[in-house]
Design a binder for this molecule. Structure first.
Ligand SMILES: [Zn+2]
Length: 337
């Protein structure tokens, strides 16, 4: 081989090596902008949301997929309610990006009596949910609003009759949906601030339905690390999402709209509390991140929340980070089915 030929071979090797290095870098941190991909496991939709903007902001922030739950509660002129059709439309318009759940933020579920003794409306809701699940187009049921603290959005005149919710977790409604969720092999998402009596009642539901996967939103009801640890150790069918827990301004992660003695946050100024960091490392398969913008006028906080979520994830081991950022949501919601 001539010297010129040798040089060409070396040049080719160098080019190939460079290509290999680049492709490895992108395989690791894909999504184009050098960041690890995120699945947003806690998203909402209403009629005032701008679908194109949602997608643009997901792309901009390296969010590959979103779990989307229709919010049917009324919200005023700038924040109209949504329904499952809207969530489906989003999923069909952008395949592989949005995964709808059968929405449960429904005015008809306000009131403990509806949960303890389902009326004809609730009975038809259960039948309708079954038909939706049978279509194969939905990936879960929720978010069920069990115990929710009222807040007054700046654009609204009053918090509304569905803002403060106090419903029983160990109830006929929850038992019926638990059976349905197990039958169709989809998770149930619930919002429940961590009152000790509710945690105890939830344990009974978890025990009686070992085949149902439950996602307890907002870092398991903003419970303290010791409570979450006990619940996760006791119940293999329990998972937590971090919906809204990494907030720069307003949101569950700031202790908004209020806190009780049993409430705790996961980070301060973007730095994870040590007890939460240990919890995530101890149970790397049980947590998912979520951005949780529930109102159209609040969409502007999306960027900041994803940024803060990344900051928090970067404090974890690479393995735990990848699971919480992406892999757990894909597995728990069976997004690749
Ligand atoms: Zn919630």
């Amino acid at each position: 081989m001539s010297i010129g030929g040798m040089r060409m071979v070396w040049q080719m090797i160098a080019v190939n090596l460079l290509a290999l290095v680049l492709s490895t870098a992108y395989a690791d941190e894909s999504t184009g902008s050098g960041r690890f991909p995120i699945v947003d496991a806690h998203g909402h939709i209403g009629a005032s949301f701008n679908m194109t903007k949602i997608l643009e902001d997901m792309d901009k922030n390296g969010v590959s997929k979103q779990i989307v739950m229709a919010r049917a509660y009324p919200g005023g002129d700038s924040d109209l309610p949504g329904d499952d059709q809207l969530a489906l439309k989003l999923a069909e318009t952008y395949p592989g990006r949005f995964y709808p759940l059968v929405g449960m933020q429904l005015p008809m579920l306000t009131g403990a009596h509806k949960w303890n003794t389902p009326d004809t409306d609730v009975e038809s809701l259960i039948r309708l949910t079954e038909r939706k699940l049978a279509s194969g187009k939905f990936f879960g049921i929720g978010e069920f609003i069990v115990r929710h603290w009222a807040y007054l959005p700046v654009w609204a005149h009053s918090p509304g009759e569905h803002a403060e919710q106090d419903n029983p977790i160990y109830s006929e409604l929850m038992r019926r949906f638990s059976v349905l969720a197990a039958e169709y092999d989809v998770p149930m998402v619930l919002h429940m601030e961590g009152y000790p009596t509710l945690v105890e009642d939830f344990s009974k539901l978890l025990e009686e339905n070992p085949g149902t996967r439950y996602v307890w939103a907002h870092n398991c009801g903003r419970s303290k690390a010791a409570v979450v640890r006990t619940m996760l150790s006791r119940h293999q069918n329990l998972f937590c999402d971090l919906g809204g827990m990494t907030s720069e301004v307003i949101g569950y992660g700031t202790g908004w709209p209020r806190k009780e003695e049993f409430t705790t946050l996961i980070e301060q100024s973007g730095v994870l509390f040590p007890e939460m960091k240990s919890l995530y490392e101890e149970f790397p398969d049980r947590f998912m991140v979520g951005i949780d913008v529930a109102h159209a006028p609040a969409w502007r906080i999306y960027d900041g929340r994803v940024r803060r979520t990344r900051e928090v994830l970067e404090q974890l081991s690479p393995e735990t980070r990848a699971k919480m950022a992406e892999r757990n949501a894909i597995r728990i919601y069976k997004l690749s089915r």
